[in-house]
Every structure is written in C-alpha cells, then in structure tokens.
Design a protein around this ligand. Structure first.
Ligand code: ATP
Ligand code: MG
Length: 423
C-alpha cells in the first residue's frame, strides 16, 4: 500500500464544527473592533529574516529557537512570521502610515513557531492581533485592555480570565535595573539553570519569566523593576490603573511579568485563563514605543496585543457551536423535485433574510434524506415529492418541535418565510 502523507507535526487542519466556532468567534471579535474604530491590515506570511532578528531581539526564545527560516531560490533568508507586530511596523514604515494621523489596526491569521507541540502550543497557530500607532498616553493602553475585556464578554467565555499588568519603564530605567538584577542574580549563579546562566548578561530580564520551579524562589525575591521606574513611566502606570479602575476592570500587578520579546517598554499585560494548565495566557500585549525607530522609522509611540485563538477556543463550551445555523433542509424526491427544489432554494437564499438553505444532493430514499436533514441541525425540512411537484406545493416538517406538518403552495413565498421565521 502507498504510504499516506500526514500533516506536519504541530500543524493542524481545522475541521467543522471547530472551524464554525473559530469563524463565529473571529466575527464576534472583529465586530467589537469595528465598534472601537479599528481597521484590518493584511500582511504577507513571509518576511525577511532580518526583520524578526532586529525587532524581537537576538536573545529571545523566538529568534534563538523557534523560527521557520529558510533560503528561497534566490538565496535570500526568509522567515515564516512568528508574530505580527514586526510585520505591521515594517508595513507602517514602508507605506508611511505611521505618521500624520494615529492608526488603530487589527489582523487575524496563522503564525509559525518551531516549538515542542503540546496542548495550547502548536507550530502553526492563529492570532488575532491589534496594533495602535501614534498614541502616547495611557488612555490607549486602557482602551486595548477594555476592548479585550469586551471581547471575552461578547464571545461568552465561560469564565472570566485574570488580568495581570506591569510596567517595564523606559529603556534607560531598564538599563539601570538590569545592572541591579545582574548583581542580585550573580549571588545565586550556581542555582541558575543553563538557560538562565547563558542569559545572565545578554538578557537578564528574561530570567524573571522562567517557569523552572527550582528557580522560583530566587525570582520571587529578586528586586522589583517597579521600584526602579523613571518618573514618566511611573505616572503613566498609575494613570493606567486609574482608568482601569474607573472602567471596573479588575487587575493584579505582577512585577515579574516581562514578556518574551525585547521590544516592549512601559505597560505590558496578559490575560490568563484558569483551567488551561501551563499554557494559560490567552492574550498578551503592551507598549513598544522604541520599536519603530529600531526598525529605521521616525520615532512613533505604539501599543498592541495578540490573542491566541486556539487557547481561546479550547475554553469555549461545545454547546455553543451546536446552534442550528441551517434554517431549511430541502428533501427532494426525483428529478422534477430536484429542479423545482433548486429554484425554490435560490429564491429563499436571495431574499433579504439571509437564510441558510441546504438542498439534498445525491438522491436517496425519503428516510435517508430525512436522516441527513436531522444531522444538518436544520429546524425545518421542506419536502418535495411526486405529489408536491404535481400540486406545486411544499410539505413543511418541523424537525425540532412537536408540531403538525403543513402544506404550502410553492409560489406563496410569504407563507414559506412566515414558517421559517416563525411569525
Ligand atoms: P508563551 O509564554 O505561552 O510561549 P509567548 O509570550 O510566546 O507565549 P506571544 O508571542 O505574546 O506569546 O503571543 C501571544 C499569544 O499567542 C500567547 O499568549 C498565546 O495565547 C498565543 N501563542 C503563542 N505561541 C503559541 C503557540 N506556539 N501555539 C499556540 N498559541 C500560541
Ligand atoms: Mg513562546
């Protein structure tokens, strides 16, 4: 037998009904974005490798271990995008839309990281990302958080995720704190794991983010960056807290929240969901005021976040996607019924009610067609058999209610819509 080809490890097909939930969840969240005045940007999946090296930082998990990088036929080094912020900033500088008027943007699609696949961690995953440019104050940080909280409500997450916030301060404040942190960590150098040791001088803040249980005590007792903030960042952070409190958004301050990428400054935040185990962060973001200059643009303040859609979806209850999205299943017995049925189905679909009408294809006995009607989750079956074709009628059967069937003339669309819309 020929060997079957499987999908790549960590890269998954999304099948119905999961794909239905994914689409309706995306739609809900995109509608919220529209309400807040955000516009979509679509970016290529491939970028020059240099973009991610320069934006994310050389000493980060993504750049050190996780990128899908290869040479194309011209010998250029390309990388499948591991995240969206860098591409969005690249596009902003390239098209000059960062300057003049502020921007509120979003994108949604696949991202790629060569990680060890496990629950909540895949090699191709999906993010809905939001980026804002040109807003300096904490009001936009608050808006991003309020907007994400609004999304959790609108998609009916069964439990409220927990919000953690922190401030990373200005790059100068971080530099000074870095030295303080290094001299603290050096006291425990023999207790640090291999990764932490290698980052002690190149990226010591990342050590605070380590999940290694053996290092938690050292991390818990480390001096807090919050005690070393510059005045402007401290004001910004306290203003943000006021805005969140006024909006009745609960939060905890986590001084060890540093995020995995080098480009963050001032506000960072994460939404964490209980019940997801180790991969519990469903949404993460913050400010990155320095990134645009770092990538060769004129300075421009910026802030954003990204939601991991797979982790979000694993929180949604199954019942949510069993909602019948099909209004009518057309049971068609014989060639004449198939012709008449197709026409009637099209008339119903083109009417302003935006109905979903599934026609039976491939024939079959009345029994097998009724079985398919039931499986489709439709509320109604419209049956066209020999009698109905001769008499130009439709027999309406209620599939989900105890109710007598009805016979309605095919041309009486008003009566048919009344049945479908239950009026
Ligand atoms: P983690 O600490 O879980 O590795 P991260 O800091 O690498 O997350 P970000 O780069 O901030 O994650 O991405 C934002 C969100 O995208 C994460 O909070 C998570 O929900 C999701 N995400 C990141 N990597 C993956 C992955 N490999 N598989 C599935 N979802 C992911
Ligand atoms: Mg990661």
């Amino acid at each position: 037998m020929t060997k079957r080809i499987q999908s790549i490890r960590g890269m998954h097909d999304v099948l119905p009904p999961d794909s239905d939930v994914l689409r309706s969840t995306e739609r809900e969240m995109q509608n919220i974005l529209r309400q807040y005045g955000y516009h979509e940007i679509r970016m290529p999946l491939l970028e020059q490798t240099e973009l991610f090296k320069r934006s994310l930082g050389e000493v980060t998990d993504i750049v050190e271990k996780e990128m899908y990088t290869f040479e194309d036929r011209n010998g250029d080094s390309l990388t499948l995008r591991p995240e969206g912020t860098a591409s969005c900033v690249r596009a902003g500088i390239q098209h000059g839309f960062l300057y003049g008027q502020p921007q509120r943007l979003w994108y949604c699609g696949p991202f790629f990281r060569h990680e060890r696949p496990q629950k909540g961690r895949y090699r191709q995953f999906h993010q809905l990302g939001v980026e804002t440019f040109g807003y300096l104050g904490p009001d936009i940080d608050a808006e991003l958080i309020i907007l994400s909280a609004h999304m959790w409500e609108s998609i009916h997450l069964p439990m409220k995720p927990r919000l953690e916030i922190n401030s990373l301060g200005s790059s100068e404040a971080r530099k000074q704190y870095r030295d303080i942190l290094i001299s603290y960590l050096q006291k425990f150098e023999d207790k640090l794991d291999k990764e932490a040791k290698s980052r002690l001088h190149s990226n010591p803040l990342r050590i605070l983010d380590s999940k290694n249980p053996d290092m938690q005590e050292i991390i818990q007792n480390a001096p807090s960056l919050l005690n070393h903030l510059d005045e402007e960042s401290a004001d910004h952070f306290s203003q943000l807290q006021k805005l969140l409190t006024a909006a009745k958004i609960e939060f905890t301050i986590n001084p060890r929240l540093v995020r995995g990428l080098d480009y963050y400054s001032k506000t960072v935040f994460e939404w964490v969901a209980e019940g997801l185990g180790a991969q519990a962060t469903i949404c993460a973001g913050g400010r990155y005021d320095g990134l645009i200059e770092q990538l060769g643009g004129k300075p421009c303040p910026a802030a954003g976040f990204a939601i991991g859609l797979e982790r979000l979806l694993s929180l949604l209850e199954e019942s949510q996607y069993l909602d019948p999205s099909v209004d009518v299943y057309m049971v068609l017995m014989g060639e004449k019924a198939e012709i008449a049925g197709m026409q009637l189905a099209n008339q119903m679909r083109k009417a302003p009610h935006s109905l979903s009408v599934v026609t039976n294809c491939g024939g079959g006995s009345i029994k097998s067609q009724m079985k398919r009607a039931d499986k489709s989750h439709a509320r109604l079956a419209f049956i066209l058999g020999e009698d109905e074709v001769d008499n130009q009628t439709v027999t309406v059967k209620y599939l989900r209610e105890k109710r007598d069937q009805e016979v309605i003339p095919q041309h009486d669309l008003a009566a048919l819509f009344a049945v479908i819309l239950d009026k």
